[in-house]
Design a protein around this ligand. Structure first.
Ligand code: ZN
Length: 137
């Protein structure tokens, strides 16, 4: 039973940012050669997240970031801000979650027509962000 992990390295350029990583994940699935199985996309960071969302209108990502900013405002006297001033980023990361799991059918990610995979930055910009793509079949 093949089982593979591949590391993707990303660079972010803003405090809050959504990066479409669908093509990179598709490449991992292709390279793994799995006809049927599961793909997990995971980020090992406490101030970032992975989500699946609409791919057609980039404003969906902008609205998503705006909604999170409204739900979790910066500088709310969060206790953790006294440590390294990024409490809102940790809360957003926890709400969105560090991973997504996608079925692989006929060698392809079973994403819907309007779904893509996105890396979410909440404490950027960062020169190096890591995403681990695991394929099991
Ligand atoms: Zn922190």
């Amino acid at each position: 039973m093949p089982f593979r992990h591949k590391n993707l390295t990303l660079r972010t350029t803003a405090k809050n940012q959504i990066l479409d990583i669908t093509e990179e994940v598709r490449t991992c699935v292709r390279e793994a050669g799995a006809e049927s199985g599961v793909c997990t996309v995971y980020t090992p960071h406490a101030t970032a997240a992975i989500t699946i969302n609409e791919n057609a209108d980039p404003n969906v990502g902008t609205d998503f970031l705006r909604a999170l900013a409204m739900a979790v405002p910066e500088h709310e006297d969060w206790l953790h801000d006294r440590v390294d001033d990024n409490a809102a980023a940790h809360i957003k990361s926890a709400l969105v979650g560090p991973s997504e799991t996608i079925p692989i059918q006929d060698g392809k990610l079973a994403l819907g027509t309007w779904q893509n995979v996105f890396f979410c930055e909440f404490d950027g910009p960062r020169s190096t962000r890591r995403v681990i793509v695991s394929v099991s079949s």
